[in-house]
Write a protein that binds this ligand. Sequence first.
Ligand SMILES: [Zn+2]
Length: 204
Amino acid sequence: MTPARHALERLREGNRRFVTDARISDAFVSRSRRAELADGQQPFAIILGCSDSRVPAEIVFDQGLGDLFVIRVAGNIVATSQVGSVEFAAARFGTRLVVVLGHSRCGAIVATLEELRRPNENQSRNLRAIVDRVRPSIEALFESGEHHGESALVKQAVRANIRASVNHLRHGSEVLEQLIQNEGLLVVGAEYSLETGEVEFFYE
Ligand SMILES: [Zn+2]
């Protein structure tokens, strides 16, 4: 089992390689690696990320097969099935690091801000379920007006949404709370920059 701090360091190093075009993970997606893993997995980190096509976790952290247990959903929101997926991996594989990975200019955040400005009655119920998850964390920010311009608002809203997902995972599950208290499970937030490729970890 990889301790959380060590896992975090591996992700930081992998992202550094990705940013500098020095990826080494091709060796870890080979036929022999696939065969090695057929009987079991021991992912060292769980990533709850956005579905955005520009933020594939394995690539931006330069990892191979079997390294990351990845859950992707628009806006990296936390609903029951996401909590269940994290619980499953943490309990079954002993994975000790959970990263909520949001990103700059997230479409789900932009869509929620649009909805706050101009509620759309015709929005599909399913899409609304995502917007409704994002809304509480950014509503106060939106109404306070304590931001300077649209891009600053989106930036702060992305952070607030990541923080809300981290909090939900930390406090919305007895299983995870137990693992945090007794087994060294760490849940952190992180933001990927579409512009630089860098991942900044925060809220550790
Ligand atoms: Zn997104």
